[in-house]
Design a protein around this ligand. Structure first.
Ligand SMILES: Nc1ncnc2c1ncn2[C@@H]1O[C@H](COP(=O)(O)OP(=O)(O)O)[C@@H](O)[C@H]1O
Ligand SMILES: [Mg+2]
Length: 407
């Protein structure tokens, strides 16, 4: 018996990881599980009118488009609700649980989110009822007083932010007013700055797999992820992983990245609603083979084992832990159990060790091949100006070479 699974890719401008993913799925061949052979194929999804009752051919969809393009976003909701297509990120929670909702939920769970306030819009909301409503109900407020509660320096950033849009670090009342005046129609948070952190950990999470990487936001894109193992103590490292897995299980996000700032032994999560994060070779370099391998394994696991997608959340069980009198670390341990239950982690690891036992070697062989090098060169050519091609090809070859040596 052979079951076929079609994995749909919903893509924007990127070429590199999709080509990598397609190639690896081709090389994978049939996967045996539960006494059956499964074959997998990929297909890039195109945008077109759709009948809400049409039956999609896809078993699972990896989406990197719907966060800004609403035609595929609505199609994703349709296939999730009507057709049980497996999505790595639920469009329902990603649309409704922006940064603000994620802060609220994680504060409720006891995570060390820095003190954060929401302030009303600077400019009037464009709505016929605004003037009347504002005149009747909007309280005048003193922005400096709010900033005083948060404390300087602070970050002003949109409640639904991403890609550093509208983010500023503010040191005094003058800068505060300037930034607020410039915020216009954006709805802003004021958040206490975590100062002098020892490290910025950015963890890429795919299913239950988490890779915590040292991130240097001040560097140019190709140098932001530092190749540095053990940059966190064992305890902080475990905490960063636990927080990432918790957040993802809580919201049913399976392809996300979480940012935490670590000050001695304290872990402060600051940004963790980054659906379908950038995983291009030119950003991840050394970590790219890990990422593409994890994406392959988790997608195949979901498709082949018939894992069911869940569009509803299970907040109450987490809140019960949050509201108990456990300590912070006891709570994290409990959350981790819930997260592992959600991700079916044990089953996944067992599946990787049996049905996908050859995948790590397959990924390694491919990264070592001329085909991978051609992909790397094409990606550099598409990303950088001609004068910099040689420099960047050498740079990324060096980092990939390091990964091959260490793996
Ligand atoms: N509370 C904070 N303390 C220190 N740095 C912060 C804080 N909030 C944001 N930053 C800095 O600003 C950057 C962008 O803010 P972030 O919340 O990650 O927004 P975005 O969603 O746009 O990435 C972060 O990567 C970090 O460098
Ligand atoms: Mg961020």
């Amino acid at each position: 018996m052979r079951t076929e699974h079609l994995l749909g890719l919903l893509l924007g401008t990127e070429e590199d990881w999709p080509r990598a993913f397609e190639e690896l799925v081709r090389r994978l061949g049939p996967v045996s599980a539960n006494g059956r052979d499964h074959t997998l194929a990929t297909e890039r999804i195109t945008i077109e009118p759709f009948d809400l009752r049409a039956k999609p051919r896809y078993h699972l969809v990896i989406d990197r488009l719907a966060y800004w393009y609403y035609v595929p976003r609505e199609w994703l909701k349709k296939i999730a609700l009507m057709d049980d297509v497996y999505l790595l990120n639920s469009p329902f929670t990603f649309q409704s649980m922006e940064k603000h909702a994620a802060y609220c939920a994680m504060m409720r769970l006891g995570l060390k989110v820095p003190p954060t306030w929401l302030v009303p819009y600077k400019n009037p909301v464009d709505h016929a009822k605004y003037a009347y409503t504002a005149a009747k109900y909007n309280q005048p407020f003193d922005l400096e007083e709010v900033a005083g509660h948060v404390g300087y320096p602070l970050f002003m950033k949109p409640y639904d932010g991403g890609a550093w849009r509208g983010v500023s670090r503010i040191g005094d009342p003058r800068a505060l007013h300037q930034a607020y005046d410039a915020s216009g129609e954006m709805l802003m948070h004021l958040q206490a700055s975590v100062e002098n952190y020892d490290s910025f950990a950015r963890s890429l999470t795919i299913g239950p797999d988490v890779m915590a990487m040292r991130f240097r936001p001040e560097m140019p894109m190709h140098e932001r992820y530092a190749v540095q193992h053990d940059f966190l103590s064992a305890e902080s490292g475990a905490e960063v992983v636990a927080i990432s897995r918790l957040i993802n299980a809580f919201f049913r996000w399976e392809f996300n990245s979480c940012e935490s700032l670590v000050v001695s032994s304290e872990v402060y999560p600051i940004d963790y609603a980054n659906a379908c994060p950038d995983i291009s070779i030119t950003s991840l370099h050394y970590y790219f083979p890990w990422a593409i391998g994890a994406l392959l394994k988790w997608s195949v696991f979901c498709a082949v084992t018939g894992r069911r997608a869940q569009v509803d959340l299970d907040t109450r069980r987490y809140f019960e832990v949050a509201d108990s009198d456990r300590t912070y670390s006891e709570k994290l341990a409990e959350y981790l159990k819930l997260a592992d239950e959600y991700f079916d982690t044990e089953h996944y690891l067992d599946f990787c060790a049996t049905s996908l036992a050859l995948v790590d070697d397959m990924v390694r062989d491919w990264v070592d091949s001329a085909a991978f090098d051609a992909l790397l060169v094409d990606t550099v050519r598409a990303t950088y100006p001609a004068a910099e091609h040689d420099k960047f090809v050498a740079h990324f070859r060096g980092l990939i070479g390091l990964w091959l040596k260490e793996n």
